[in-house]
Write a protein that binds this ligand. Structure first.
Ligand SMILES: [Ca+2]
Ligand SMILES: [Ca+2]
Ligand SMILES: [Ca+2]
Length: 192
């Protein structure tokens, strides 16, 4: 009986330890994506635009930060005109505060599509966004450069690929993000 109890005790300890490293999505934050209801990306040279710098805070069900959590981004690149920079890093690890930063170094648009951009931590889906948008969008694809062809596409403010905050318009808030990629003109070397 004593053996059984101690075995159960060990089992209970193990399951507590396991839960501690399992992310609980409702307790996690992904900024600025949560406020935008999607991801903003941009070619990263000369410097990443602010909206493309994503900070994730990963917490468990007890709302405690998870240290050293493996964070991963998966893009729906197989069906979409995305141009990924050769500097893009899709994997990172949370720090002692359960935080990780990942910069969205790519162009192109995936709109209203399930799993357009999926963040996982320790294998658990923390967020699955249906939108990932970039100033690098000429109506057909991203080409890892924000320039005249993207500006021509942006100018009528009717293409919702430039609706970066996903509120179904292209207005001042979206223009600020577009201009941050255009001026200076951002570009990068595409990944092979
Ligand atoms: Ca472009
Ligand atoms: Ca908008
Ligand atoms: Ca608006």
């Amino acid at each position: 009986m004593k053996k059984l109890l101690s075995a159960l005790f060990v089992l209970a300890l193990c399951s507590t330890a396991a839960v501690a490293t399992v992310p609980f999505p409702n307790n996690c934050n992904v900024n600025p994506c949560d406020a935008l209801n999607g991801v903003v990306s941009c070619p990263d040279s000369p410097a990443p635009i602010p909206a493309s710098i994503v900070t994730l805070t990963i917490r468990n069900q007890a709302n405690n930060p998870i240290q050293n959590a493996a964070v991963n981004l998966t893009l729906l690149t197989n069906t979409s005109p995305i141009c990924v920079c050769n500097t893009m890093v899709f994997n990172t690890t949370t720090n002692n505060s359960g935080q990780a930063t990942m910069t969205m170094r790519y162009g192109g648009c995936i709109m209203n599509t399930d799993n357009a951009a999926v963040f996982r931590a320790n294998g658990v889906v923390v967020r699955a966004y249906r939108n990932t948008k970039s100033p690098d969008w000429d109506g057909a694809s991203g080409n890892c450069a924000v320039n005249l062809s993207d500006t021509v596409r942006f100018a009528p403010t009717t293409d919702l690929c430039f609706d970066f905050d996903n509120d179904l318009d292209v207005d001042l808030a979206d223009t600020v993000i577009f201009v941050s990629g255009l001026s200076p003109s951002h570009s990068c070397t595409p990944a092979p």
